[in-house]
Design a protein around this ligand. Structure first.
Ligand code: FES
Length: 641
């Protein structure tokens, strides 16, 4: 048999191998190493190499698209040597970057600076007033108002607490006071004087997203639009119920409403302290807060009784809260700061979605777009700039890392991607921050579920196959489970596992979301295959793998380049609304334009949900790319087909 000389770069080591050898075999013969987390099945893409020259037969796999092939990439575990060749083995970091950028889609990430035409919501400037005299006996307020009129602000609201001390400030500043104005407030045409001082102001604002599971805050410099610091915490209310319905029920009992209001305030206070520690900005310098959140979270934040949200005909106390002052809401920031809760659409499609749709760009798009906000409640919008139909489905907090034994938020120590070897069932994983793992975040859970499914560790109904020849599957405290990391590999000294109960929670979450968007599409006579772009918001980690999300049936089976992961769109929309009155008006307009579909009144939702409680779905023909892999592998057991 003919042999060929293969040279590997950058090591410049050559070896001779027989024709038809896999590149991985040549790597081994050369005494080199290449990572093969999926066991050489062509699934993980981590063994990608660059063919510099020579004759190598590359096979197109799901991990390499035509652009990859054109660029010269090949999967070492799939490519065959057919002549002399020079092959580069990129370092692992480069491979990870390539996979992240090319196979996980774009992410909009905070912090970044937003540049609306003009940051006009808050203005600060110094006035120069004529001091009074015996010939000029105008009162202090009229004098201030006349000066503000020259800047185009007439009239200006002034709070009593400012009037009680502004005379001395005018005099202490030698009639050259610095003032801080809120120039535009939703529903109010007048400007408002927030503060007056003899020293200049450096005003900050906070964009707050109150999620059922996670509360996120961004501290923003209101003059530049720059995000100075960010922080996220689990919502303290979680101990009183994991989803909105249990919180509503809790709020209706005894002092439950006040208790829940207090718990979210405590979480916000913790976040403000973190922001202060990270930026050095005192809460007193925060003059504006914009709040996004689902309708129940906004009600609980404002301590409005939420009971009617869950009772037919599902009417909230309000969808468009007026602006409040921080002092009225017991927020520990500047007492006259305005607190602007963004408008929602209905009981189960709240301000988080109005804000998210603005941030996603759906409302400006000509393409048929599916927007999915994956949180405790899965909210979905289907439409274009012409029309938007929306619904909500209760997904539960599994994808936010809650309700899963070793689940956690996407922070340092979270496993964010997993590969399982198809023969040994041994996992390889990537941890945010690179240290020992502490738990698994949403993207890691999606990846793990997908890998366990594709390698046959679990069957299509999500049952763990305990008869496999590996210590990784076992009967645990909570039933059958798969061990992702042994105690000596974790930073807690405890196993990290995925239990059958966790799998059930993840399956229910993905089934609810699939059922939601498929029912929306059916109701307007649209085929999911016609959707041109899918915009995904939510508290996932940065690196959601589209392929894995399709394999478990969470996302529709569309070309990968149709997907864009936008991160926390609710927080992003709140940030835009904080800085720009134009963006704030657009959120209002989006909320008014969306048509809400109530799924609880729709039997087709329940049927669609039940049908989706399989991997990827009871009807695998809805997921042709997954069916193809499944058939290639011959399924993992006939009874699961
Ligand atoms: S794709 Fe080659 S080892 Fe996974």
């Amino acid at each position: 048999m003919a042999t060929h000389k293969v040279t590997f770069l950058p090591a410049e080591i050559s070896t001779d191998v027989p024709t038809g050898s896999l590149v991985t075999e040549a790597v081994k013969t050369a005494g080199l190493e290449i990572s093969q987390p999926c066991g050489g099945q062509g699934r993980c893409g981590r063994c990608a190499v660059m063919i510099e020259s020579g004759k190598v037969r590359r096979r197109s796999t799901i991990r390499l698209n035509s652009d990859d092939l054109k660029a010269g990439f090949a999967l070492a575990c799939q490519a065959l040597i057919e002549g002399d060749a020079v092959i580069s083995i990129p370092d692992q970091e480069r491979i990870e970057r390539r996979l992240v950028t090319e196979h996980t889609a774009r992410a909009i990430e905070l912090p970044y600076a937003y540049s609306p035409d003009k940051l006009q919501v808050i203005q600060t400037f110094q006035l120069t007033l004529q001091p009074p005299s015996l010939d000029d006996s105008q009162d202090d307020l009229s004098r201030l108002s006349d000066a503000l009129r020259e800047f185009g602000y007439d009239p200006v609201d002034v709070h009593l607490s400012i009037l009680q001390r502004f005379g001395s400030i005018l005099r202490d500043s030698d009639w050259k006071p610095h003032i801080l104005l809120e120039t535009s407030r939703p529903g109010a045409g007048r400007a408002r004087l927030i503060a007056i001082d003899s020293a200049p102001f450096q005003p900050f604002g906070v964009a707050l997203d109150i999620g059922t599971t996670t509360v996120t805050a961004y501290l923003v410099d209101l003059m530049s639009g720059k995000v100075k610091a960010s922080a996220a915490e689990y919502n303290g209310q979680i101990a009183r119920g994991e989803d909105v319905i249990s919180r509503i029920i809790y709020a209706g009992k005894g002092d439950g409403l006040n208790e829940l209001g207090l718990l979210v305030r405590e979480t916000i206070q913790d976040l403000l302290e973190k922001l202060q520690r990270r930026s050095g900005v005192s809460p007193e310098e925060i003059y504006k807060v914009t709040v996004a959140g689902n309708t129940t979270m906004i009600h609980l934040f404002l301590r409005l009784p939420p009971e009617t949200i869950r009772l037919t005909p599902y009417i909230p106390a309000l969808n468009q809260p007026p602006c409040f002052l921080a002092r009225d809401l017991d927020l520990p920031i500047h007492p006259l700061a305005s607190v602007d809760c963004l408008p929602g659409v209905a009981s189960y499609v709240g301000a988080d979605i109005s804000a998210g749709v603005l941030a996603s760009g759906l409302a400006e798009s000509d393409s048929l777009t599916l927007f999915i906000d994956v949180g405790t409640n899965g909210e979905i919008v289907l439409g274009t700039r012409e029309w938007m139909l929306t619904c909500a489905c209760s997904a539960g907090p599994a994808f936010e890392g809650a309700g899963v034994v070793d689940g956690m938020r996407a922070t340092n120590g979270a496993i964010e991607e997993v590969w399982v070897h198809s023969e040994t069932y041994e996992p390889t994983y990537r941890v945010i921050g690179g240290g020992k793992p502490h738990g698994i975040c949403g993207s890691g859970l999606i990846s793990l579920l997908s890998e366990l499914f594709v390698t046959g560790v679990i069957d299509r109904s999500g049952s763990v196959k305990l008869d496999l020849d590996t210590p990784r599957v076992r009967e645990g405290e909570h039933g059958p489970e798969y061990v992702v990391a042994w105690p000596n590999e974790t930073d807690t000294g405890q196993d990290i596992v995925l239990t059958k109960v966790d799998i059930n929670n993840l399956m229910r979450a993905k089934a609810a979301i699939y059922a939601g968007y498929s029912v929306l599409a059916t109701s307007v006579g649209v085929d999911l295959a016609d959707v041109q772009q899918v915009l995904v918001g939510g508290a996932f980690g940065k690196y959601i793998n589209v392929e894995n999300a399709i394999k478990i049936g969470l996302l529709p089976d569309l070309p990968w380049d149709s997907f864009h992961f936008l991160g926390n769109t609710s927080a992003l929309g709140a940030y835009m609304g904080l800085l720009s009155s134009e963006s704030r008006e657009q959120i209002q307009e989006i909320a008014a334009r969306m048509t809400y579909m109530e799924l609880s009144a729709d039997n087709t939702f329940f049927d669609a949900f039940t049908a989706a409680l399989f991997l990827p779905h009871t009807d695998i023909s809805r997921f042709p790319s997954v069916a193809e892999i499944w058939e290639q592998d011959g399924g993992h057991s006939d009874e699961n087909k």
